[in-house]
Write a protein that binds this ligand. Structure first.
Ligand code: GUN
Ligand code: FE
Length: 507
C-alpha cells in the first residue's frame, strides 16, 4: 500500500505519514514499512526491498490507512433494541427491554438472521476486533461464533452466565448447566479456529493465529451465584489463556444491590477478584463509579476497562473518570455496548468519549468554584467577611523530573481518543502485541478511510483535496473523520490482510 498512513503510538502521540509504503505478507502480517517515499522514488523503494512485480495499491489524496477499531464491549443480541427503551436506568432497562429481547434467541433461526446483520454492520463500521456477549443460549451463541468466523472478523465470543436475579423465562437452571454450556461453547470455538489454546503464538510463521476466541462471560455479579462464580474462577485458573469479560460499577442501584449480595467484601471489584476473575485478560465494562481502592486493585491485576460513554449517557449511568484511570495506569479501550449504547460504531464512542471527558472537566471546574465560594464566608447581610491571612506555607517541592502525562480533569485530546479506539482496545484484549497499530510482524487489521466528497458524507465535504497533503493537513483530516465520519467513509476493512468489509467490499 502506498499513501497516507495514520499510526497510533501511545496515549499522547500518533504518526501521520503522508507518503508511506507498507507491505503486507502472505499470512496478513506487516512485512515492512518505509516512510517518506515520494512518488518518483516508489519503484526504487520497492526494488530496494527486493519487490519486483508486486501489486501496489495507491491511495488517493484524501484517503488514508489506519488500524481497525477495537470494540471492547457489545451485546450482539441487543441489536434489534437499538434506539428503544432509553427512558430506563440499568436494572429496569434489563428487566423491561433487554431480557425479553435476549430470550427470543432461544429461536436459532431468529439468532442466525439477526447475527448475520450484526456482524456485517460491525465490520462495515470499521470494527476489526470485537468482544461480543451472546445470550445465555448455547446454540445461538455457537451460531454467532460461526458467523463471525465465516465473515472473517477477529473476535471474542461468550455466552452469558446468569443463574440468579433474572426473570423465570430467561435464566439458567443451575451453575452446573451454565458451566457445561460454557465448556461446550469453548470447545466449539476452538474447533472452529483449529486451536487447542487460542492465545498462544502461531505454531509456525506460516500459520496465522486464530481470529475467533472464546471468552468467559459472567454477565455481572448480580446475575451469578457464588457457586457459578467460583466454578468460572476454577475454569479460568485452569487456562490462563481464557479471556474474561463482565460488567462493573455501571449504575448506583446496581452497586448497592451488589453490596447486599456480597456483604463481606469491601467493594464490587473485590467480588471478581475473590473468585479469581480479575486478571490481565479481563475486560471490565463501564467502570463509571470505581473507588480508589478498586482502581488500585484493577491496576495491580492488569485488567482493562471498556469505556462505554454512549451507553453511560444513554442509560443515565454517569460519566466515567477515564482521565483518572489513565493516570492510574489502567488499560482503557472503547465499547459501543449496544444496545445500552445506540450505535455499533466506535466512531460514535470516540465522539462521546470526547464529550464525556469535557463534561467531567466542566463538572470538576464547577465543583472547584463551588468549594471556593463556600470557603468565602458571608455575614447575615451577604457581605463577605475578609479571610484571615493564612500562615505562609513552605515552598512546594520541585516537580519530579519525569512527570507522567496528566489526563485527570482534562478533555481527552485527539491522539488519546485515537489510541482508545485502536491500541488501547487492543491492550484491553491483551492483543497489543498483535494488533492496534502498524508495526512489522503485527497483523494488517486496517481501514481504508475515504474523506473525499465521493464517499458521500456531506459532513466531511471539502472544496478540494490537495494531492500534496502534508502532515498537518492529514492530522486535520483525522480529527474531522473521528468527529464527523461514519460508515460511508470506511471504504475497506481488512482483518489479517483480507478485505472483509467497507463500502467497496462486495461479499
Ligand atoms: N449489566 C448487566 N447486563 C448488562 C447489559 O446487558 N448491558 C449493560 N449496559 N449493563 C449490563
Ligand atoms: Fe454491556
Amino acid at each position: 500500500y502506498y499513501g497516507a498512513v495514520i499510526n497510533p503510538q501511545s496515549l499522547t502521540a500518533y504518526q501521520a505519514l503522508p507518503h508511506c509504503l507498507l507491505a503486507v505478507g502472505p499470512i496478513g502480517t506487516i512485512d515492512w514499512i518505509v516512510d517518506d517515499v515520494q512518488e518518483y522514488e516508489l519503484q526504487d523503494a520497492l526494488a530496494a526491498k527486493g519487490c519486483i512485480d508486486v501489486d501496489v495499491v495507491a491511495l488517493r489524496a484524501g484517503e488514508f490507512l489506519m488500524p481497525g477499531f477495537v470494540d471492547t464491549h457489545t451485546h450482539a443480541p441487543q441489536s434489534p433494541n437499538i434506539g428503544s427503551g432509553q427512558q430506563y436506568e440499568l436494572l429496569d432497562w434489563l428487566n423491561h427491554v433487554t431480557f425479553p429481547m435476549e430470550a427470543k434467541f432461544a429461536d436459532v433461526e431468529f439468532a442466525r438472521h439477526t447475527y448475520e446483520s450484526v456482524v456485517r454492520r460491525s465490520l462495515d463500521s470499521g470494527t476489526t476486533t470485537c468482544c461480543y456477549y451472546g445470550t445465555l443460549h448455547l446454540e445461538a451463541t455457537k451460531i454467532l461464533a460461526d458467523i463471525v468466523h465465516a465473515r472473517g472478523q477477529r473476535a471474542f465470543i461468550g455466552k452469558c452466565n446468569m443463574d440468579r436475579n433474572c426473570p423465570d423465562h430467561y435464566i439458567e437452571p443451575s451453575a452446573e448447566s451454565s458451566i457445561a454450556d460454557t465448556l461446550s461453547l469453548i470447545s466449539h470455538i476452538r474447533t472452529l479456529s483449529g486451536t487447542a489454546a487460542p492465545s498462544s503464538p502461531p505454531t509456525s510463521p506460516t500459520s496465522p493465529p486464530p481470529l475467533v476466541h472464546p471468552i468467559l462471560t459472567p454477565r455481572f455479579a448480580i446475575s451469578c451465584t457464588p457457586k457459578l462464580l467460583s466454578s468460572l474462577g476454577a475454569l479460568a485458573s485452569s487456562d490462563p489463556t481464557l479471556h474474561i469479560q463482565t460488567h462493573i460499577s455501571e449504575n448506583l442501584s446496581e452497586i448497592a444491590f451488589t453490596h447486599t449480595l456480597f456483604p463481606s467484601l469491601p467493594h464490587y471489584a473485590a467480588v471478581y477478584e475473590s473468585f479469581g476473575l480479575l486478571r490481565n485478560n479481563t475486560v471490565l465494562a463501564h467502570a463509571v463509579h470505581l473507588s480508589p481502592p478498586e482502581i488500585e486493585l484493577i491496576a495491580k491485576a492488569g485488567a482493562g476497562i471498556s469505556h462505554c460513554p454512549t451507553s453511560n449517557f444513554n442509560l443515565s449511568s454517569g460519566v466515567a473518570p477515564v482521565g483518572v484511570y489513565l493516570d492510574a495506569g489502567l488499560k482503557v479501550g472503547l465499547g459501543t455496548d449496544v444496545s445500552g449504547g445506540f450505535s455499533p460504531s466506535i466512531l460514535v464512542a470516540v465522539q462521546h468519549a470526547s464529550i464525556a471527558s469535557k463534561v467531567y472537566a466542566v463538572q470538576h471546574a464547577q465543583r472547584k468554584r463551588d468549594k471556593e465560594a463556600k470557603a468565602k464566608e458571608v455575614d447575615d447581610d451577604g457581605i463577605e467577611i475578609p479571610a484571615i491571612t493564612p500562615i505562609p506555607t513552605p515552598a512546594p517541592a520541585p516537580p519530579p523530573t519525569c512527570t507522567p502525562p496528566t489526563f485527570t480533569n482534562r478533555q481527552l485530546p485527539v491522539p488519546t481518543l485515537l489510541h482508545l479506539a485502536t491500541l488501547g482496545g487492543a491492550s484491553v484484549c491483551a492483543l497489543d502485541h498483535a494488533i492496534g497499530s502498524f508495526a512489522v510482524g503485527k497483523s494488517f487489521d486496517a481501514l481504508l478511510v475515504n474523506t473525499r466528497n465521493d464517499a458521500g458524507n456531506p459532513a466531511l465535504w471539502s472544496p478540494d483535496h490537495d494531492p500534496a497533503l502534508g502532515r498537518e493537513r492529514l492530522e486535520g483530516l483525522v480529527e474531522r473523520f473521528l468527529f464527523c465520519g461514519d460508515d460511508r467513509n470506511v471504504e475497506r476493512v481488512w482483518v489479517a490482510g483480507v478485505c472483509v468489509g467497507g463500502t467497496a467490499w462486495r461479499g
